[in-house]
Design a protein around this ligand. Structure first.
Ligand SMILES: NC(=O)c1ccc[n+]([C@@H]2O[C@H](COP(=O)([O-])OP(=O)(O)OC[C@H]3O[C@@H](n4cnc5c(N)ncnc54)[C@H](O)[C@@H]3O)[C@@H](O)[C@H]2O)c1
Length: 356
């Protein structure tokens, strides 16, 4: 039974990430796992047993209509993020939404609008911002140690990492894209945050599908469906220009013939006073002194693991009626850039982003 002050949380989507959220929120004080639902009900029933959740809802709609639910976590294929998040907000629920916010910018905008109308919390689940090393980087940046960040380079080069070939992951209609929208969105989110959230004004990008259509480069995440199909990219490259003149280049792949490029997530920030290079969990601070290049290691800040911190932040935002650091606006901004990259790739032209 929940304590009277507990946040009664419902989980929409009992797949891989839904299970991660159930594990994490199950350990957060002041949260009561009140219900779970999934389009495939036996999956929800199984998770309910594993996590001792008493209510299995027949559908997300049933969950949203129940006054015994205060907040929901949405962890379903990207296509359903917008309709479910909008519906949950309309029913007065706070929402923790998996990334990407939506499968395109237009759908993401509907969530932003619903969030503004509802007055509820809408938080994006970008756990990378909460890692000890990302927090350490932010700490150095906020102290002004980098000066003005004028260029950044970020990405993630998986060489053989196509998730769930043929499943929703590789079908444009359900996912909205390949590695760009799957892992690129994490890198975009983290780098924009570290750059101080400058406003993106123009985007040039190209995407390629060289491995997936040939059923090559298959990774271990997700279950393949060999009756399915593959119509998303497997590599994307883009240059984004900001209103303050700074630039960000983003390159991601699920599969590629590459050696020497980091298979782990990386971020390079180049500032007027110093730079930071992050590869995986290892970060280096770079500056010049006495005409020499000086490098030193940055240690992660201490604290709980990233998903625990993310979940606690969600709870804190609900209790204190605060805007999450991974706000709806940040999710929408990410989606606008992603959609512009796909558009640029289709047309071969730069896409200007108008924010009026
Ligand atoms: N933050 C991260 O690092 C991270 C990691 C993995 C996945 N994700 C995101 O989480 C989401 C789900 O990914 P996953 O790996 O758990 O996928 P998954 O395929 O393992 O699980 C998705 C679940 O959603 C259910 N579902 C499908 N449509 C539904 C609907 N309309 N209503 C209710 N349930 C529905 C499916 O039956 C399935 O059980 C995606 O948006 C993905 O991008 C985020």
């Amino acid at each position: 039974m929940p304590m009277s002050s507990s946040i009664r949380l419902g989980i929409v989507g009992a797949g891989a990430i839904g299970n991660v959220h159930m594990n994490t929120f199950g350990r957060i004080p002041g949260v009561y796992l009140a219900g779970v639902t999934d389009a495939y009900l036996p999956q929800a029933e199984q998770r309910a047993k594993e996590h001792t959740i008493s209510v299995v809802y027949q559908s997300p709609q049933h969950m949203f209509e129940d006054p015994a639910i205060d907040a929901v976590v949405i962890g379903v294929p990207n296509k359903y993020h917008a309709p479910l998040a909008v519906e949950a907000l309309k029913h007065g629920k706070h929402v923790l939404l998996e990334k990407p916010m939506a499968n395109d910018a237009e759908s993401a905008r509907t969530i932003l609008q619903a969030k503004e109308e509802s007055g509820k919390v809408l938080m994006m689940a970008h756990q990378m911002r909460w890692s000890g090393i990302a927090r350490a980087l932010k700490h150095h940046i906020d102290k002004g140690e980098l000066g003005r960040i004028y260029n950044a380079k970020t990405g993630w080069f998986r060489k053989k990492g196509i998730p769930g070939w043929g499943s929703w992951f590789t079908r444009m209609e359900e996912s909205g894209g390949g590695p760009l929208i799957d892992i690129g969105v994490h890198m975009l989110d983290l780098t924009l945050y570290l750059m101080g959230n400058p406003k993106p004004v123009s985007v040039f990008g190209t995407t390629y599908a060289e491995f997936g259509p040939q059923r090559k480069g298959i990774g271990t995440w997700g279950t393949p469906n060999w009756d399915g199909y593959y119509d998303v990219e497997d590599l994307a490259t883009a240059l984004i220009k900001m209103d303050n003149g700074s630039t960000l280049s983003l390159e991601v792949s699920w599969a590629a013939h590459s050696a020497g490029l980091p298979e782990e997530p990386f971020v390079n920030l180049m500032g007027t006073e110093a730079g930071i290079s992050l590869v995986g969990e290892k970060a280096t601070f770079v500056t010049h002194a006495f005409d020499q290049v000086i490098e030193s290691e940055i240690k992660p800040l201490e604290g709980e693991e990233d998903r625990t911190m993310l979940s606690k932040h969600f709870v804190e935002c609900i209790r204190e009626n605060k805007e999450p650091i991974t706000s709806a606006l940040s999710g929408y901004t990410n989606n606008r850039i992603l959609s512009a990259i796909y558009q640029s790739s289709r047309t071969g032209h730069e896409v200007k982003l108008d924010w009026n």
